[in-house]
Design a protein around this ligand. Structure first.
Ligand SMILES: NC(=O)c1ccc[n+]([C@@H]2O[C@H](COP(=O)([O-])OP(=O)(O)OC[C@H]3O[C@@H](n4cnc5c(N)ncnc54)[C@H](OP(=O)(O)O)[C@@H]3O)[C@@H](O)[C@H]2O)c1
Length: 380
């Protein structure tokens, strides 16, 4: 069914690298078969906004519409036929959409295929919902593809446990949005030896969502403390201080990969969120990124460590996840309370442009700790 839609809308865009954001008029795209149109209510700003606005990451032409950090709103039109996953006009949905202007999250109307959409379970608000899809999908993708750990769906019953239930898994950057979802997902699937690294103010919360032990990366010697912990606590691997699986939720050369070279041993798989941050964006400096994790810190990794750069935008190559992850698995986990929305901060502002710019500035100032930035799209 095609409802009457406006032909143009307001969208937030980057006009040039490291320039203030602009609001502009963009087309509204009528839905094709299998597509829906969402009237966006809330959107989330994530580090990828900063990577794009300041680093030009993935931008081929300006002005470039922004927003791929998750959004939530109401379905106002559905396409003529195709696989609409049973979605209908009027339903509240949350989306993970990232493939160009039609899908840009920081605009009034997004036109997207139904397989990138989850129904919002009752009781969840739009700002809560906007925090969920992107990094929950990131966790499924990175854990199964890059770490090659099993997350079978549905979770088998009858006392099933994953092969690596007791193997140490280190989650560095555990208070990040990716890290918090990683703990909740891995715990639900029966992984019991989850070592979390964050600043200490988040440790109580991280233990409540699945961390077995927490370590403070702001303290000197944290690498030795982690290795000592693994030596003292028996694991199913039983090889001294070996940690076979590491999820680097940040991907910073100095902040995470440097310390991880002291922890990873022969046989360790390290999955790193891309892009690797060689230099952070600041008001004075342009950021520097690296897309090939094998080029980072050459000669500093132990022989036999394997590095895997996480690229969630390829998760649709997994046909099962394409069909089930957003449509079925994400809403079920939220509905069952297995996954809670991220803590969030509402970014206020008189106009949509002001809210978008403020959120970007907060990211650049690295003022985000253990929370997602969310803001309203409609001005009225
Ligand atoms: N390639 C992909 O598929 C993919 C997918 C998703 C995300 N990413 C990338 O992954 C990164 C994280 O994304 P996000 O949305 O989860 O970020 P986020 O929630 O905004 O991350 C903020 C958190 O990072 C933590 N942090 C910063 N430096 C740290 C360090 N050196 N060690 C430990 N923790 C540190 C802070 O922890 P404290 O407050 O405890 O200090 C803060 O809570 C971003 O660069 C993003 O672009 C990539």
């Amino acid at each position: 069914m095609l409802m009457s839609l406006p032909t143009t809308q307001t969208a937030i865009a980057s006009p040039a690298r490291r320039s203030p954001l602009v609001s502009l008029s963009a087309p509204v795209h009528p839905p094709g078969p299998g597509e829906i149109v969402v009237l966006v209510q809330w959107t989330a700003s994530t580090p990828l906004d900063l990577h794009r606005a300041d680093g030009g990451l993935g931008i081929t032409a300006y002005p470039s519409l922004l927003g791929d950090g998750g959004a939530a709103g109401e379905i106002v039109a559905v396409g003529p036929g195709g696989d609409l996953k049973g979605l209908t006009v009027g339903e509240r949905v949350m989306v993970f959409a990232f493939r160009g202007p039609k899908e840009a999250n920081h605009q009034e109307y997004m036109t997207i295929p139904a397989f990138l959409v989850s129904r919002i379970p009752s009781g969840l608000t739009y700002p809560e919902a906007a925090t969920i899809p992107v990094n929950l999908v990131t966790v499924f993708h990175s854990v199964t593809k890059d770490l090659e750990l099993e997350l079978p769906w549905p979770v088998p019953g009858g006392g099933w446990a994953p092969k690596h239930a007791r193997t140490p898994i280190l989650i560095w950057g555990a208070s990040s949005s990716v890290g918090v979802f990683a703990l909740q997902v891995l715990r639900h699937w029966g992984y019991e030896n989850l070592l979390a690294v964050s600043s200490s103010r988040h440790h109580v919360y991280l233990e409540s969502v699945g961390a077995t032990a927490c370590f403070d990366y702001t303290q000197p010697g944290v690498e030795d403390k982690i290795l000592e912990h693994v030596r003292m606590v028996p694991s199913s691997v039983g090889k001294g201080s070996m940690i076979p699986y590491i999820l680097d939720c940040i991907g910073s050369v100095k902040g995470t990969l440097g310390p991880l070279t002291k922890i990873a041993r022969r046989g360790t798989r390290v999955a790193v969120m891309l892009p690797v941050i060689v230099r952070d964006a600041t008001d004075e400096d342009e950021p520097v990124y690296e897309g090939d994790v094998s080029k980072v810190l050459p000669g500093q990794w132990a022989d036999g460590v394997t590095l895997h750069g996480v690229r969630t935008h390829f998760y649709l190559e997994n046909e099962f996840f394409k069909e089930k992850l957003m449509s079925e698995i994400v809403p079920a986990l939220v509905e069952q309370g297995v996954v809670k929305p991220n803590k969030y901060r509402v970014v206020e502002g008189a106009t949509v442009l002001e809210r978008a710019q403020k959120a970007l500035d907060l990211l650049r100032q690295r003022a985000v700790s253990g929370e997602r930035l969310v803001w309203k799209i409609p001005d009225a």
